[in-house]
Design a protein around this ligand. Structure first.
Ligand SMILES: C[S@@+](CC[C@H](N)C(=O)[O-])C[C@H]1O[C@@H](n2cnc3c(N)ncnc32)[C@H](O)[C@@H]1O
Length: 223
């Protein structure tokens, strides 16, 4: 595997048939295929990107998340990077470690769930105004299923935001992440939204601060 650029089947017109797209079998494999609950069993009360990158993400959240809105922080930990001075109606966090989530002061609801085992989200339809996911998309082995569920739990017009950078836990990132460029990873994320269905075409924003970890963000609205 050398790239996550799509090698989709093509129709008579030569255009890709996205519905027929299949990822190569090794795409979502990982070096460490043991239970995610083991890897994430110990709390990590650390940050995973530079302070300037966090500040840039917080500023983006300030710009695009509706004050008073109901927010889901997917793949959450002890920090959500939401602006401290903005009140949201409710913030739910879903991650792998109960202690990390318990330390997160922004969360009103906390759910421990392995999305690679159970990608269906435990929330009613049309619950959230926005679903954020910070520096974690590379750990999902069933991202299309997870984002089909994100679409279900978003309100019409609701926003899904996936923020990425260049660090990762290498043994738990999907193999595709190790052999792709940042631009190809962004194309993968766009493809996840396209395959999940029901989203407007995704937008890419580069909010990388100078001299710090990059911040590459993909945003898509539920139709
Ligand atoms: C690099 S940390 C990022 C945490 C947080 N979003 C942040 O910005 O600091 C990766 C997060 O992904 C979550 N995660 C990893 N694998 C997961 C899985 N299979 N299901 C649900 N969450 C997962 C972990 O709980 C962990 O908090």
């Amino acid at each position: 595997m050398s790239s996550c650029a799509p090698s989709a089947k093509t129709g008579d017109s030569g255009r890709p048939l996205v519905a027929a797209f299949e990822f190569p079998p090794e795409f979502f494999r990982r070096i460490d295929e043991s239970d995610d609950a083991d890897f994430y069993g110990e709390p990590r009360l650390v940050t995973h990107i530079d302070d300037a990158t966090i500040a840039s993400l917080t500023q983006l959240y300030r710009e695009v998340l509706p004050p008073g809105g109901v927010i889901l922080d997917l793949m959450s930990s002890w920090v959500s990077h939401l602006p401290a001075d903005v009140a949201y109606g409710r913030v739910a966090g879903l991650g792998m470690n109960r202690i990390e989530l318990a330390h997160n002061p922004r969360l009103d609801d906390r759910v421990v769930q392995d999305l690679n085992r159970t990608p269906e989200l435990p929330f009613p339809d049309a619950t959230f105004d926005a679903v954020i996911n910070a520096v974690s998309i590379q750990y999902l082995t069933r991202p299309v299923d997870a984002y089909a569920s994100v679409r279900r739990v978003l309100k019409p017009g609701g926003l899904a935001l996936i923020a990425t950078s260049h660090r990762c836990f290498p043994t738990k990132a999907i193999l595709a992440w190790h052999s792709t460029t940042p631009a190809e990873r962004i194309r993968c994320i766009r493809l996840y939204f396209e395959l999940a269905g029901g989203f407007a075409p995704a937008e890419f924003i580069d909010r990388s601060p100078p001299g710090a970890d990059p911040l590459w963000v993909v945003l898509a609205r539920k139709l």
